[in-house]
Design a protein around this ligand. Structure first.
Ligand code: PMP
Length: 294
């Protein structure tokens, strides 16, 4: 069993300075906890350098702005804090988690006097978000009964904590039924994404992925789109119906934590996996890309 996160050692950057890991606490009466007034990021460092660090910081600020929070630091200060943290923790490869939340100054839904807090933590035991053997052999997904909400129902462009309960419930539904993860449809019934990752489908030289019009347009998704276009493959963003997904040979998830992870099946539909697949080649290209951007 991994060590609980509140029992670990090291440093956390919190509201402007480094504090010992176990001292980075917040009071139980906190707006962020009670009403999900929070946004966060998920990033990865490879060989000590955070991949697309500035893009993640920009998204953090955008997420905060969408839900009405002003981060009391500059983007440069956050970028420097992230780099200093990775160095201070002595990590080569790690996961980096900035989080911004409304604190304890005020309770209730009013935000007029709310204090804004920022913390950044990093850990190195998410080398693979999914178990390595599952990542190699492919994931089993089940369609979730929970849907991605309409754009006027939830702030889909913000990596905001609130909407993550839909992902958590979907993930729990899948795991309880013996699957690795869930496929979420959107409010219209189109294929949307995984619980913490975007989704792609492959048939021959054609790669299709849903249009991110009600879910996060992941930074990994954007990176993979550039990668496949550079390789001369045909990339199409389109609305995909669930009964179309049996027309593909391969499928995979993309995300900072998931990187590129092959899918073995969605419900009763199975996909090709293994060393001879296009997905496998893309995984190698992606690894080369993230390790070379140093
Ligand atoms: N969708 C959801 C719901 C996610 O949590 C994530 C992970 N942040 C993604 C997509 C992929 O985003 P990214 O590639 O920027 O990590």
């Amino acid at each position: 069993m991994d060590k609980a996160f509140d029992k670990r050692e090291g440093w956390i950057w919190m509201n402007g300075s480094f504090v010992p890991w176990q001292n980075a606490t917040s009071h139980i009466i906190t707006q962020g906890l009670h009403y999900a007034s929070a946004v966060f990021e998920g990033e990865r460092a490879y060989n000590g350098k955070i991949f697309k660090s500035e893009e993640h910081t920009k998204r953090l600020f955008k997420s905060a702005k969408i839900i009405g929070m002003t981060i009391p630091y500059s983007e440069e200060e956050i970028n420097a804090a992230k780099n200093n943290l990775v160095a201070k923790m002595n990590y080569a490869d790690c996961y980096v988690r900035p989080v911004v939340w409304r604190g304890s100054q005020q309770m209730g839904l009013s935000t007029s006097r709310a204090d804004i807090n920022v913390a950044i933590a990093a850990w190195d035991d998410w080398a693979s978000y999914y178990k390595l053997e599952d990542k190699l052999s492919g994931l089993k997904l089940i369609t979730s009964p929970w849907k991605r909400p309409a754009p006027d129902t939830a702030p889909y462009e913000a990596k905001a904590s609130g909407p993550y309960i839909i992902c958590t419930m979907s993930k729990e539904y899948a795991e309880k039924k013996g699957y690795h993860d869930a496929l979420m449809l959107d409010y219209r019934g189109y294929v949307a994404e995984g619980t913490g990752a975007n989704i792609f489908f492959i048939k021959g030289n054609n790669i299709h992925t849903p249009i991110p019009d009600c879910f996060l347009n992941g930074i990994t998704r954007q990176t993979v789109i550039e990668l496949v276009r550079d390789k001369g493959l045909n990339l199409t963003e389109r609305h995909i119906l669930p009964d179309e997904i049996n027309g593909y040979e391969e499928a995979f998830l993309t995300g900072t934590a998931a990187e590129i992870t092959p899918i073995k099946s969605i419900d009763a539909i199975t996909y090709n996996t293994g060393n001879n697949t296009a997905t496998y080649k893309l995984m190698n290209d992606f690894t080369n890309l993230v390790k070379s951007s140093l």
